[in-house]
Design a protein around this ligand. Structure first.
Ligand SMILES: *[C@@H]1O[C@H](CO)[C@@H](O)[C@H](O)[C@H]1NC(C)=O
Ligand SMILES: *[C@@H]1O[C@H](CO)[C@@H](O)[C@H](O)[C@H]1NC(C)=O
Ligand SMILES: *[C@@H]1O[C@H](CO)[C@@H](O)[C@H](O)[C@H]1NC(C)=O
Length: 184
């Protein structure tokens, strides 16, 4: 697989077989929404921009964050929504600036990532990376390919404590979950 990155609660990689087309198309639609603020005005590096997904996808949240890849690697980024990005993250192929797109599938999680017999305790969230080098109001966006992101030193941490439980009543002992993942 050339491009998709992290998606939790369930790993997208295990799910992508059956629904690859729809989820790939959805990623691309969400990418467009996430990039919209970048095309309307100049955005500030390091600031999280929440995007509007439009009425047909109400319930899904997307946000974008532009970083210099050198800074991303040196400093990481704590608190991009539920993600704590550690130092030592490498984006390939190399780009000078990267846009990280956060997806929270909300009440659509089971629509796009549903598995028979399983109940989602939290929404599926994902993080994808794109080339941001010339993404600006002056340059029209091309359909950008996703970049590969690797946490080579410390694991990526996802704090599920901040995610809303989708169905009430099933869990008596709710606990904050921390999911560490090293991708290679
Ligand atoms: C990133 O975008 C710039 C500007 O469009 C392009 O010149 C460069 O080749 C791209 N890099 C990659 C790895 O796609
Ligand atoms: C998710 O919730 C919103 C309202 O908050 C609703 O408009 C939308 O249709 C719901 N989507 C699904 C797939 O249930
Ligand atoms: C997850 O990562 C955090 C921060 O690096 C660490 O404190 C914690 O012990 C790790 N948890 C597990 C289960 O590996």
């Amino acid at each position: 697989m050339f491009s998709f990155l992290l998606t939790f609660l369930l790993l997208k990689s295990t799910l992508i077989n059956s629904q690859s087309l729809t989820t790939r198309v959805l990623d691309s639609v969400l990418q467009e929404h996430a990039f919209a603020p970048f095309l309307r005005h100049r955005v500030v590096t390091g600031v999280v921009y929440d995007a509007n997904v439009g009425p047909e996808l109400t319930g899904i949240k997307v946000s974008a964050l532009r970083l210099r890849s050198g800074a991303l690697s040196r400093k990481g980024y704590v608190g991009f929504k539920e993600f704590d990005i550690p130092v030592g993250v490498v984006v390939t192929p190399y780009v000078g600036r990267v846009v990280l797109v956060y997806q929270n599938m909300g009440n659509w999680s089971s629509v796009y990532y549903g598995l028979k017999g399983y109940v989602f305790l939290s929404p599926v969230v994902g993080l994808l990376a794109y080339n941001a080098t010339f993404l600006s109001p002056e340059k029209s966006p091309e359909k950008l390919l996703e970049l590969e992101v690797r946490a080579v030193e410390e694991p990526m941490v996802v704090k599920f404590g901040g995610l809303k439980v989708l169905r009430n009543g099933h869990m008596k002992n709710k606990k904050d979950a921390y999911f560490n993942c090293t991708l290679s």
